[in-house]
Design a protein around this ligand. Structure first.
Ligand code: ZN
Ligand code: CA
Length: 272
């Protein structure tokens, strides 16, 4: 499971105006989505945005100091999933087969650092915060300008979840506008034990997508809306299923969505 909801609630608790501000920005995004409903077809099959990415690896000289190869493999997965190059779309349920998005994002490791110097986009730091406390918001010391880079912190262990981030519009300090992910959920080689979609999911949040069931963090509880018109109302799933018609007996739900919690995540919809 991801920790987006946990860290967000925590931030709201300690910052009285944060939730109201956040809801205002969600309303803005929702209005924009409704205004552009059905106009998203031009995004297909084109690279629209190139996203510079920097990895900050925090380590204590252990296996959490993952190789450049494992980071490159994670970049491959990110581009594969956001450009619909993943072979497992073949398993997508019939109702959604014709609505798998080519998102049009291309992710590249940063080649220039904030000081204009050359970089390979992979930074390494000996830092005890590799045992990461997600309840602290002042330990994002390495973040490069978050309006120019997608910052991904790789750590050994997070105390609440394998990975998390904040939704845009959550009024957090700029330095916290990053993704944090455990090293074993990064890529599919080296210390990763399977083809992890953790960062695919977190990047979805980072760009504004809630879970398919909405902004609570509890799948399987209540039928909810994510403000996206072509993802059916859902409670969300933790297991892959033959029968996804839970909230409405006639409508299949998109349990294979990257923003759900199943181990069979294969797609974004065009609406997303
Ligand atoms: Zn999530
Ligand atoms: Ca929806």
């Amino acid at each position: 499971f991801c920790g987006q909801h946990h860290v967000t609630r925590l931030w709201f608790k300690s910052n009285p105006n944060a939730e109201a501000e956040y809801l205002k920005s969600v309303a803005k995004i929702t209005d924009a989505l409704i205004a552009h409903r059905g106009q998203n077809k031009h995004l297909r099959n084109k690279i629209i945005f190139t996203i510079p990415v920097v990895f900050h690896i925090l380590h204590e000289d252990g296996p959490e100091n993952i190789s450049d190869a494992q980071i490159l493999d994670q970049m491959r997965i990110l581009n594969r999933d956001y450009q619909k190059l993943n072979a497992d779309t073949i398993n997508v349920a019939p109702s959604f087969k014709n609505n798998i998005a080519v998102v049009g994002f291309e992710f590249v490791l940063a080649t220039i650092d904030p000081n204009g110097k050359c970089t390979n986009g992979i930074m390494r730091y000996y830092d005890q915060n590799t045992n990461w406390d997600a309840n602290k918001i002042d330990n994002f010391t390495y973040t490069w300008p978050q309006d120019k880079y997608l910052n991904i912190y790789i750590v050994k262990k997070i105390n609440i979840a394998p990975a998390y981030t904040y939704l845009p519009g959550t009024p957090i300090p700029a330095k916290a506008d990053v993704i944090v992910c455990e090293s074993i959920y990064t890529g599919s080689i080296g210390t990763a034990t399977f083809d992890s979609r953790a960062i695919t999911h977190e990047v979805g949040h980072w760009f504004g997508l809630p879970h398919t069931w909405g902004i609570t963090n509890a799948p399987g509880v209540a039928c909810g809306d994510d403000f996206v018109s072509d993802t059916p109302i859902t409670k969300g799933f933790v297991n892959c299923t033959q029968n996804s018609k839970i909230c409405n007996p006639t409508i299949e739900e998109n349990f294979q969505n990257y923003m759900d919690y199943t181990p069979c995540k294969h797609m974004f919809t065009n609406g997303q």
